[in-house]
Design a protein around this ligand. Structure first.
Ligand SMILES: [Zn+2]
Length: 250
């Protein structure tokens, strides 16, 4: 899988010191390299400047950013700019998730914020089958961990008793077009892309063979030849998901 490049773009503000930024940067680097995080699902992150197609910038952002965006209380991902903004107040433990004890350890909640917003960058989208606000217990058995893409900042409501969880799990992959999500959907009968193409080619050859045979039988019966009109089918490849420019995903 193509590495995802990222840059750390926090700037000091009235409510963010350069020491905060240093701590944040170390934490983000560790989170993205954590073998239990997105790397467990094949993602590789490389820190560099510049604009590769899947580049994302990540910042600890002051409260003014969230009030300007109408996103008070949340961190968010801005897909039009490929920017992750982590809410400095939540970073310090002010979210209901921290206050209400869903995440008693601040580092685990910080990890949730990073992995959740990175999940948006990797392709998770509101409105897909699995969404922030589909109660986790409707799709996972008791005792499961809550998907990292389930909204956990606002407290326990959407985890519905499932264990608070800062790491992406198999359920999270269903929404992001990850190769392994197809295997989970299709189970043992699932088919890789290359074997599907092979099957299509075999099917086409069989069809052509049958047409040739049919034409010859037709001729032998004295009806003359016929021209097979091959119709041209326009296949539209609608993208699996598309992000609306300017949409913010909390
Ligand atoms: Zn979200």
């Amino acid at each position: 899988m193509e590495p995802i490049s990222f840059s750390l773009s926090s700037v000091p503000a009235a409510d963010i010191s350069s020491a905060d930024i240093d701590e944040f940067n170390v934490f983000v680097r560790r989170s993205l390299a954590d073998p239990m995080g997105w790397p467990a699902h094949g993602y590789l992150f490389i820190e560099k400047k510049g604009a590769s197609p899947r580049h994302v910038s990540i910042a600890l952002s002051p409260m003014s950013v969230f009030s300007d965006a109408g996103m008070e209380g949340f961190s968010f991902y801005d897909p039009s700019r490929a920017e992750i903004h982590i809410n400095v107040s939540n970073w310090r433990g002010a979210s209901p998730a921290s206050r209400d004890g869903l995440y008693p350890d601040i580092w685990r909640y910080r990890l949730y914020m990073i992995n959740h917003e990175m999940g948006h960058h990797l392709g998770h989208l509101n409105g897909s089958r699995i969404d922030h606000f589909i109660p986790a217990d409707e799709r996972l058995p008791a005792g499961s961990r809550c998907p990292v893409m389930t909204q956990q900042t606002r407290g326990t409501a959407w985890c519905r008793g499932l264990e608070a969880n800062p790491y992406p799990i198999a359920e999270d992959l269903l929404v992001i077009g990850h190769p392994s999500s197809k295997q989970m959907r299709g189970g043992a009968s699932s088919m890789s892309g290359s074997s599907l193409i092979l099957l299509l080619i075999i099917g086409l050859l069989l069809l052509l063979g049958l047409m040739w045979l049919g034409q010859n039988i037709w001729k032998r019966l004295g009806y003359g030849g016929f021209r097979a009109e091959m119709s041209h089918h326009e296949v539209s490849h609608a993208p699996y998901f598309s992000l609306t420019r300017g949409t913010t995903l909390l």
